[in-house]
Design a protein around this ligand. Structure first.
Ligand code: HPA
Length: 257
């Protein structure tokens, strides 16, 4: 439980405790050693994480959709997940996300370090602060995604020669259906670059919890209507599988050494 967290979230090597939230296609903390599973009981429900070490650094891994991808985007218990990470003393989070691209230049396999979002979710509890005892809180989201972690990931991308763009607008839809081509045209006109189903409220809750949170989005497909053929979840999984090794290399290269 939370007792495993050291005061101040300091890892064994003195760096801030870090978590990876694995999105679609990223279910396994393969890279970690001495992995143990922990279930954290939160006021919002349980969240199960795996905790292991990488180069002596303790890393918490959370599979956003559950270990076997059984939880769809609109059913994810975002509050329990973020609360659990904070309770474990996590200070920094790198989240992965499979996304559709609204830009020809952002082809499948491209990585984008998201810097803004447009929220088109409809039915999600997106705050820890519901009035009453918790009070009324309006969190600032001028810079929702951690600039320091983004900078590290950008450098890592450069070092590895991977296609990484630092900055991009993530349009979050409710899902679980994909979008209509008309919606995609609308999102493109509104300034969206990518479309996915999970960054909101995850990033918002992370900010409320005081975490430094960044998302590395991987383009798995051109958005609906752009490729002239229907979208499938299989296609998303295929591209994730083909580029998953690069995603892992990118994240590992960005971790403190
Ligand atoms: N739309 C929404 N979410 C997604 C997509 C998409 O095209 N690809 C991967 N996640």
């Amino acid at each position: 439980g939370p007792a495993a967290a050291t005061p101040g979230g300091e890892g064994r090597n003195g760096s801030l405790r870090l978590a990876i939230i694995g999105g679609t296609g990223v279910y396994d903390p393969e890279i970690l050693e001495d992995v143990r599973e922990e279930t954290v009981v939160t006021p919002y429900g349980r969240a199960t994480v795996r905790i292991g070490t990488f180069r002596g650094l303790e890393v918490v891994f959370l599979a956003r959709h559950g270990a076997g991808h059984t939880v769809p985007p609109h059913k994810i218990n975002y509050r329990a997940n973020v609360y659990a990470l904070a309770a474990l003393g996590v200070k920094r989070v790198i989240a992965t996300a499979a996304v559709g691209s609204l830009r020809q230049a952002l082809a499948p396999g491209h990585f984008v370090l998201v810097d803004q979002f447009l929220d088109f979710t409809k039915n999600r509890i997106s705050t820890f602060f519901e009035g009453g005892e918790e009070g009324v809180v309006h969190i600032d989201v001028t810079e929702p995604y951690c600039p320091e972690i983004r900078a590290r990931l950008a450098e890592a991308g450069k070092a590895l020669g991977l296609p990484v763009t630092n900055g991009g607008v993530y349009v979050c839809t409710e899902g679980p259906r994909f979008e209509t081509p008309a919606e995609i045209r609308m999102f493109e006109r509104l300034g969206g670059d990518l479309v996915g189903m999970t960054s909101v409220p995850e990033v918002v809750l992370a900010r409320e919890a005081g975490l430094c949170y960044a998302t590395v989005a991987m383009v798995t497909n051109y958005a609906a209507g752009m490729a002239g053929q229907p979208l499938t979840h299989e296609e998303v999984l295929e591209i994730m599988a083909a580029n998953g090794a690069n995603l892992r290399r990118l994240i590992l290269e960005a971790l403190p050494r």
